[in-house]
Design a protein around this ligand. Sequence first.
Ligand code: GAL
Length: 763
Amino acid sequence: MDKEFEKNWRFTRDLACENSFMLPEYSDEAWETVDVPHDWAIKGPFDEKNDAEITIIDVAGGREWKMVHPGRTGGLPHVGKGFYRKKFCLSGIKGKHFRIEFDGVMSRAKVYCNGAFVTNRPNGYSSFCADVTRFVKEGENVLAVSAENLPGASRWYPGAGIYRHVRLVEEGETHVEMWGVRVSTKENTLSLRVKIANPSGKAVPLVLSVLDGSGRRVAEKTVQVLDEVRESFTLENVKKWSTEEPNLYTLVTKLKESRKETLFGFRDMVFDPHDGFFLNGKKMKFQGVCLHHDLGIIGAAVDRDVTKHRLEQLKSIGCNAIRTSHNPPDPELLDLCDQMGFLVICEAYDEWKLPKCPNGVHLYFDEWGERDLKDMIRRDANHPCVMMWSIGNEIDEQYTPDGPVMTERLCAVCHGEDPTRPVTAGLNNGDDSITGGLFDGVDVKGFNYKPYIYSLYHHTFPDAPMYASESASTISSRGEYSDYLFEEMVKKPDLQIDSFDLCNSPGATIPEHEFKGQDENPFVMGEFVWTGFDYLGEPTPYREEWPVRSSFYGIFDLCGIPKDRAFLYKSRWTKEKVLHLMPHWNWEGHAFVPVQCYTNYKTVELFVNGKSMGAKTRNVKKILGYSRLVWAHVPYEKGEIRVKALDEKGNVLEEAFIRTAGEPSAVKLEAERTGKTVFVTASIVDAEGNLCPDAADTVSFESNGKILACDGGNASSTEVFHTPFCKAFHGKCASFIRSSGPCTVKATVKREGKVITSELTIS
Ligand code: GAL
C-alpha cells in the first residue's frame, strides 16, 4: 500500500468551494487534514433527521400516512458533498505512466488533476482508476476529488468519502495494465494471460516466474509480448488451496523495470446439483455469513487489522465462507480470505433498474451496470477464495418480465469475463423467479430464507446446484433477556430484542429451521447467515422508533463481542465441544425464568443451587433440539445455575455455571491482538468476578496506544464511537486500540463516589 500517498489529504464539507476546489491555486489552508481511507460521517453526531426514510402510504379514503424511519441508514451525517485535495510531487515524468487507483469512493466520485477533470464513478463500491499521465507535470501536482451521497440512496450505512485505499502508481510507458494479469488453475496447471500497454509497437520480453508459499521459484519462462500473451505452467507436487490449508503461490511478472506480484492458489471446485459442493474432491458445506461492508464502530473506512480480527472471530466459530452483501467488497477482504481460508461470493448489486431506494444505484444502471460488474470480475478473478459471482440480491426484476432478459445479459457478461466460475443470485421470491424464468439463466441458485421448500426447488431444477444465499435473519441484543420466551418478534420498550434467539425478521427464521432444511436436503450446499456482525442501519423491527440505528442481525454485536448466537453456530459448525448457558442469574422479583443451553453435547442436566431441574437430550426431531436445550420455566432463586453435560452412563463431561452477581467492584480486561490493533473487552464484574448483567456505567479507556473507537454494542444509543469512553451495555464494552508495540490499557468506572479501575499490558 502506498502509505505516504494516503497521508495528509485536505478535506472539507464546505460547499462554497464546489466550483473552485479542483484548481491548483485554490487555498485549502483552512481545511481539515486527514489520512485516507476516511469516512467523514462516522464521528457523527447521530441524528434522527440524517437520511431518514420517508414513506407515504395511501390509506383508504384517499388519506395518506407518512411513515418516517429515522435509523434506516444509521442516523449518521453521510448525506451531502465532501471535497478532498492532495498535493504530490513528481520528477522525471517523461516517458512514464501515472495512474491513481481508487479501491472505492462513496459515492458519485469526480476526480480532477491540476484543475482538469479526469474521471468519475457513481457507484461507491466500484474500484476505478484515474489515468493522470496527460495531466501531471514536474514538481507539485494537485489531485482533487469530490464525493456526494444523495439522500435515500442505500438500505444500510454506506459510509462517506474516500473510504477505501488509494494509490499513486508510477510505471514506464510500457507496463502491465491495471488488472492486466489473469490467472486460473485446474488441477496442477496454471493458465495465465497478461495484457500490457506497449506504445512502442515492438514485442518486449516479459519474465514470468512462479514462487511457492515459501518464496522458492518453482517455474520460470521469458516470453515476447506485443500486447497480450497467454501461457501455462504445469507444476509438480502442488499444494492445494483450501479453507483448512490456504496454500498460496505467487506469479511474478517482470516487464522492463516494473515488477508485479499476483497471489493465486490451486483449487478445484465442483458444484454438484445432487451431492453439493466439493473443494479439491472433498465435500464441504458453506458455513457462511453475509457481511455488509462497514466495520461497525470503526465505520466504513477500511482497516486491514479490524477486518482480519473479524475474520478471526468468524473462524473461531467455524465459519468458512463470506457473501459480500450486496456489493463488490474491499479488495483487502479478499486478500485476507485468500490467506485465512474463506470461500467468497462477490456480489455486484442490491438493485438493477428497479429501485429499492429512490436514489440507489439503479440511477446509474443503464450507463454503468455492466461496467461495474466487469470491473469487479477483472479486479477479483485471481483470488482463489472467490468461488462465485453474484449478479444480485433480491433484485426486484424477479417479479417482472424484464428479469430473465437482464439475467441472461448479466450472466453472459460474467461468463465472458470469467468462464471458470459459476454465476449466482440470491432471490427471495423463488416462485416468480422460477415461473417468470429469471432463475433459468443463473448457474447456481441462491435462495433467501426458503429452508422449507428445498425439495420442491430441487424437483423444479434437478440439474441446478443450490444453497441458502441468506438464512435466519434472527435478531437479538447481546445480554438482553426477559423472564419469558417470546417466540415471535416483540418490540420492547427499551428498544432491544431478547437474546434467546427466538425472534427473526418477517419471512425469515430462527437458525434451526435452516439447520433442518440443510440436513434433510443434503444437495443444498450450505448457508450464508444474515449476518456475521451487526451493522449500522436497518434496525428491524424498529422503524419509527429512535434512537435505534443499527441492526440486531449479527452473530457478533456492533463492537465485535459475541452474542449467545455465536455459540449456537459454533456448536453446529465446529467439532469443539460447546456448553453455553444463558441468561444471567440476577432476577430479583421474578418467579420463573427461562434457561437455555447451546450445546453439541447430547444430554445436559440443569441445576439451580444444586437442585436438579431435569436433564434434557437433544433431538433433531424437534426444531429446538438441534443445538439448544430449553428449560422454559425455571423457578428463580438467587445463587447459581449450573449445567452438566452427561455421557450415556451419567458421567459428567463438562460443566458451566452462572452466578447471581453482586455489586460492581472491578473491571475485567481481556485483549486480543491482530497486527497493530488490540481489541480490548471490558467487563464490569462483582467481587467474585461474576459479570454484572445490568451494569451500564461509563467506562473510560486510557492507553499509550491510539484509541480508535469504543462502544458497548447497544443498537439504541446515540453515543458516538470515537471518544475514549462509552457506556457498558449489559456489563460489557469494547475498544479498538492501535499500537505497533507493547501497550497498556487502563479502564476506569466511577460509581457512587468509588473509582474502579483496572490496567492490562498487551505485548
Ligand atoms: C433480506 C435482504 C437483506 C436484509 C435482510 C434482513 O431480505 O436481502 O439485505 O435486508 O433481508 O432480514
